[in-house]
Design a protein around this ligand. Structure first.
Ligand SMILES: Nc1ncnc2c1ncn2[C@@H]1O[C@H](COP(=O)(O)OP(=O)(O)OP(=O)(O)O)[C@@H](O)[C@H]1O
Ligand SMILES: O=C(O)[C@@H](O)C(=O)CO
Length: 423
């Protein structure tokens, strides 16, 4: 149809980018994810483009600058609507970066109002009266309270976002959302007229998210998790701008061995690691030993080399909260995280030298580091493995199939399931 992308997205981490991209692909938008602001031309047959940044845990000023550069590029590419993707668990600190980045994007787009909805019911994130639930637990009682970089200790998102912005934060509650798009649109108008800059929007199921998407058809900026993107393709179709691309997620396969790299310490990933270890080989990276100068990268690669031709291997830093705490107490959270990220990145490069062509990577920060080390610039998005996690194929020389898994996503047998789809 049109040669300009319709939707321009800015994701605050890499796995978050692929999560959003997979939702767009599933709704029939041909989607490209680029790593940072593109330096080379992007393919023309694209309906949506996701620029994946690593802004979630950067200092707020840097996160704002990177996000504005991405917005400039997307505007110049001709996008009509913009999406700021953050985590479905609203990962942030009192300093940001959700508020500061959203504020800067609103100002740059000369808008006064945006919705904020991280709900992702397919992954058990729901919002009720402004309170975010993970499964049956409040966010602040879920595993997210122990997150190594962005511990979430308050489930009330009106309060959480208000701490990060000078604009006023309102709420569109569930009883309005359940009345459908016209009621939601009216609530947005009322909040904007009353001087609110943001509306946290409740959502309990995908029907709510589609209605919120429909109500936001005229919004220049939408902020949220991937769930609230569910209804956006339909807006473009209604406007006659988008066809019905059933093959939006078709990807050519690749021959070669596979491996799993995990730096996420979330409850879900830890369970996936344990599940894998019951039947398959694994190698642990301990940040304390890395800090002592032990060359675990060389050890891991020497361990993997004879194995990987026969069967997939897992190399992981993932650890339980008490081990993570012990490492952080000695090294500091940032240094412990960086040591594991750097080691996994170098191992990813080494595995590619060993011929590995399919990699599953667990953790957003970890994926960011690995993708950077592999010098991946862009990913074409394929079909879903589990909600929020698609296979992707890198563009350029030496293509790889990558599945970048957000920490908390995926069934307990996710690693095996992902590899089973491409072997
Ligand atoms: N044993 C460990 N001790 C301390 N930190 C660790 C350890 N293993 C991994 N880490 C660090 O913890 C951080 C985990 O963040 P990452 O974003 O990769 O996973 P996640 O937060 O679970 O995923 P997501 O952001 O997708 O929810 C990384 O910086 C990683 O290097
Ligand atoms: O929204 C989510 O939960 C994920 O896409 C993510 O961003 C986790 O890093």
């Amino acid at each position: 149809m049109v040669n300009k992308p319709l939707l321009g997205c800015i994701a605050d981490d890499f796995t978050g980018g692929t999560d959003l991209a997979s939702t767009l692909v599933a709704s029939g938008m041909r989607t490209l994810q680029v790593i940072g602001v593109p330096r080379e031309p992007v393919p023309a047959d694209i309906d949506a483009i996701v620029i994946a940044l690593k802004t979630r845990t950067q200092p707020a000023g840097e996160a704002v600058a990177d996000s504005l550069a991405a917005l400039d590029w997307l505007k110049a590419a001709g996008c009509r609507q913009f999406f700021f993707k953050y985590c479905s668990t609203f990962d942030s600190t009192p300093e940001g970066n959700i508020g500061p980045v959203a504020d800067a994007l609103l100002a740059a787009l000369e808008c006064r109002f945006a919705l904020a909805c991280p709900a992702f019911p397919a992954n058990q994130r729901t919002l009720y009266q402004g309170y975010l639930f993970v499964g049956e637990l409040l966010l602040s009682e879920s595993g997210m309270r122990h997150h190594p970089l962005t511990p979430m200790t308050d489930a009330n998102l009106v309060r959480v976002l208000q701490r990060q912005t000078a604009r006023s934060v309102g709420l569109v509650p569930w009883h309005t959302v359940s009345r459908g798009a016209p009621a939601i649109r009216a609530a947005f108008d009322q909040l904007e007229q009353a001087g609110h800059g943001y509306a946290i929007v409740d959502a309990l199921d995908d029907g709510h998210l589609r209605a919120i998407g429909e109500a936001a058809a005229g919004h220049r900026l939408i902020t949220g998790g991937s769930g609230v993107a569910l209804g956006l393709a339909e807006n473009f179709r209604r406007a006659g701008l988008l066809g019905d691309n059933r093959q939006a997620g078709a990807l050519p396969g690749l021959e070669g061995p596979s491996a799993v790299l995990s730096g996420s310490c979330s409850l879900a990933t830890n369970a996936q690691v344990e599940h894998w270890q019951r039947h398959r080989p694994s190698f642990q990276l301990d940040p304390l030993r890395l800090a002592e100068g032990r060359d675990l990268v060389a050890e891991a690669l020497a361990w993997a080399a004879p194995l990987v031709a026969r069967e997939p291997v897992l190399i992981y830093g993932s650890a339980r909260p008490e081990q993570v705490r012990a490492a952080q107490e000695q090294l500091g959270a940032a240094r412990a995280g960086e040591l594991v990220e750097q080691a996994l990145s170098r191992i990813a490069v080494g595995l590619r030298e060993l011929g590995v062509s399919k990699l599953v990577v667990a953790g957003g920060e970890t994926s960011g580091a690995v993708v950077k080390a592999l010098e991946v610039r862009a990913l074409r998005i394929g079909t879903l493995i589990d909600p929020g996690v698609p296979w992707t194929r890198t563009l350029g020389d030496r293509p790889l199939l990558l599945a970048l898994k957000s920490g908390n996503f995926g069934s307990v047998d996710f690693f095996e399931k992902a590899l089973g789809r491409v072997e």
